[in-house]
Design a protein around this ligand. Structure first.
Ligand SMILES: C[C@H](O)[C@H](O)[C@H]1CNC2=NC(N)=NC(=O)C2=N1
Length: 99
């Protein structure tokens, strides 16, 4: 099982996860997309990665706005798995935006 990161380790990760914030035991990112269809396409791509890595974010879908919440449930907080997954979500969003 992955180890919980320290507060310092989480703060350090947030320096390069610029679109993420910490909310207690979770990393959180809000993403605004141009349409519901594009938002759901991002969710579908993230779902594929989640299944392949057996690590699953909580995802809130409201029209074209997504909120991702990452936490390692088995550890009770934020681990390296969540930091890595946050970067993968960033990559999916960048591709969806053509960046
Ligand atoms: C049995 C299965 O491997 C576990 O339930 C996995 C599934 N996905 C998971 N996702 C997240 N975010 N945290 C977990 O601890 C976790 N555990």
């Amino acid at each position: 099982m992955a180890d919980l990161l320290s507060d310092d380790e989480i703060d350090k990760a947030l320096t390069y996860l610029a679109d993420w914030r910490r909310d207690g035991t979770e990393l959180v990112r809000r993403v605004d997309l141009p349409s519901f269809t594009e938002a759901v396409a991002v969710v579908n791509r993230v779902a594929e990665i989640a299944e392949s890595e057996d690590h699953h974010p909580d995802i809130d879908i409201r029209y074209s706005t997504l909120v991702f919440r990452l936490s390692t449930h088995s550890a009770g907080g934020i681990t390296r798995l969540d930091v890595n997954f946050a970067q993968e979500i960033d990559n999916v969003v960048d591709v969806a935006r053509g960046q």
